[in-house]
Design a binder for this molecule. Structure first.
Ligand SMILES: Cc1cc2nc3c(=O)[nH]c(=O)nc-3n(C[C@H](O)[C@H](O)[C@H](O)COP(=O)(O)O)c2cc1C
Length: 202
């Protein structure tokens, strides 16, 4: 199969793009509104984009509460979803009005960050505290703005639960991170293998 995306003529029942770009990590974005209301939402258009300095991004399809809050306060957190929290992560994606606290709605505990005042998920195996560095709408090839808004933040502090650390390394068999596939599908990491990068020798 080959198709160009101007017509998106894949001929399939559903657009396969998100199923191809998979698995995607889920950034569970915690923010606080200017009025102090905690807000939580999962974003799979999320990733780390560099590690020195540590920068992460999430992309919102339209101007959702997480973007509005991150813009107003300059802060957000990213919590990570383990398999046992998958249902509650899904619950937190409800299209609730801004005055609803999705932490409470989803049965989760909001903890205020140490270095930012945005809340993170106490039950998560890890969480990043982030300060916003950029918010922008990406450009298309025709020079128009995409409908999405990208938020980039610098990670200023990191929480890790000791129970997922084995021999000084994050143990994915204990963390059991959930990632987003296409359609309504998700996965957890079930096998891990190691590879050593080659060194060029003349
Ligand atoms: C696993 C998962 C991943 C999601 N990823 C995104 C995403 O990358 N971008 C987006 O705009 N919405 C995404 N959504 C939908 C948002 O979570 C949903 O619109 C939510 O209400 C946004 O919360 P907020 O308005 O509090 O920011 C996702 C939903 C789920 C369940």
């Amino acid at each position: 199969m080959y198709y160009t995306t101007d017509t998106n003529g894949h001929g399939l029942a559903h657009d396969p793009f998100k199923a191809i770009v998979a698995p995607r990590p889920i950034g569970w974005i915690g923010t606080r509104s200017a009025d102090g209301i905690p807000n939580l939402g999962p974003y799979s258009f999320f990733n780390a984009i560099c590690d020195n300095p540590k920068l992460v991004m999430f992309s919102s399809d339209g101007l959702k509460d997480s973007v509005a809050n991150a813009g107003q306060t300059g802060e957000f957190t990213t919590s990570f979803v383990s398999h046992d929290l998958a249902e509650r992560m899904n619950l937190s994606s409800v299209n609730a009005p801004p005055e609803i606290d999705e932490f409470g709605y989803s049965g989760l505990t909001a903890l205020k960050g140490n270095s930012v005042s945005a809340p993170y998920v106490a039950e998560a195996y890890a969480a990043l505290e982030c300060k916003v560095t950029q918010i922008f709408k990406p450009l298309t090839v025709s020079g128009d703005n995409a409908n999405n808004t990208v938020v980039i933040g610098q990670v200023v502090a990191i929480h890790i639960k000791e129970c997922i650390v084995t021999d000084g390394r994050i143990d994915v068999s204990k963390a059991r991170p959930v990632a987003r596939l296409g359609y309504r599908d998700y996965c957890t990491v079930s096998s891990v293998f190691e590879m050593i990068r080659p060194q060029w020798k003349d």
